[in-house]
Write a protein that binds this ligand. Sequence first.
Ligand SMILES: NC(=O)c1ccc[n+]([C@@H]2O[C@H](COP(=O)([O-])OP(=O)(O)OC[C@H]3O[C@@H](n4cnc5c(N)ncnc54)[C@H](O)[C@@H]3O)[C@@H](O)[C@H]2O)c1
Length: 363
Amino acid sequence: MNRIKVNLEKKQSKSYDIYIGQDILDRAGLLLAKNNWAARYIIVTDSNVETLHGNRVLENLRGMGIKTDMISFPAGEASKTMATALGVVERLTELGADRTSALIALGGGVVGDLTGFVASLYMRGIPCVQIPTTLLAQVDSSIGGKTGIDLPVGKNFLGTFCQPKGVFIDLAFLETLAPREFGNGLAEIVKYGVIDDAELLDSLEREIGTLRGDRKLLERIISKACRIKKGIVEIDETEKGLRRILNFGHTIGHAVEAESKYALSHGEAVAIGMTAAVLLSEKLKYLLTEDRERVVSLIGAAGLPGRIPPGMSTDGILSRTKQDKKKAGATVHFVLLKKPGMPFVNGGVPEDLVREVVEEMKR
Ligand SMILES: NC(=O)c1ccc[n+]([C@@H]2O[C@H](COP(=O)([O-])OP(=O)(O)OC[C@H]3O[C@@H](n4cnc5c(N)ncnc54)[C@H](O)[C@@H]3O)[C@@H](O)[C@H]2O)c1
């Protein structure tokens, strides 16, 4: 089992460990028992994960003498709401959860974000442990302490920064994950390779086709991805600066995802967004053509799309990029690339150029 420490230096008490391995639930239970974070735990999960893995995790923890209960809500982004959060709070009060209790987020990013959100507010804050079960949650959302729920006005509109006590990444959960969900995590892994790490980029170029079937390789790549995310979070815990480079591919990505009415998965949309970002970077003469081609071929090798569906409205995409809540003032921020491993935030991409790239990507 790999252990990666997330050092939040300003407040060491907020630092925590990420544990990564295959079938590590027993070890996770031992660490929960040993660490004494809480007198009892409540697993919060969604309906799919409850059926597939919930009882196994519950019984495992109970079998180690850890007082544990479980509550669940319907799976899917549509559940990431205040109503669900209040429903979870109601169940917690029925179970008698108090300040000596802690929550365990068992699931994908929806469960992780919503459970972290509730934990950060319940009785002014109780501890939360993350057990991510999707590839996206394992390499991205479970690390970094961003929690949130969606409002009609926008995704993740209400949220907190609240670091977990620990993150337990068990690769065994991925065996039941649908290929499209696996692709969502893969898109984020490709992003890390492109924005941060030449070694990861090389290794993905060689091995991305065999990743899912090769547990050792997968463990290595997930560990690498977690190290990259934790490195960025350590420098910029509350997304004031550097952490914004993690939005690489997400400006156009969010726009096409919403414009497709979520027919495109998040990973597919981010892949399209990364393609747009490298094309813009090339046209603005920041990025060499050969580097743009490298990124585009990796996206293809990952089985992710690089084209915008031809029927999608260019005006619709452009207007949605301006609505992206991550813009500051009137300027739409794009994370562009000077070369692999060297991203930067550019606030001044001319709209005509964005239009040209979108049109080109529809052909
Ligand atoms: N906090 C952050 O920093 C951060 C970062 C990225 C994304 N997010 C959030 O994460 C969410 C997306 O996360 P996601 O892609 O994990 O979606 P998700 O949580 O909806 O999970 C996707 C689907 O997979 C199912 N599932 C989960 N684990 C499974 C398993 N092991 N086997 C089979 N099915 C399983 C779920 O029930 C769900 O139907 C979004 O709400 C996004 O805003 C947060």
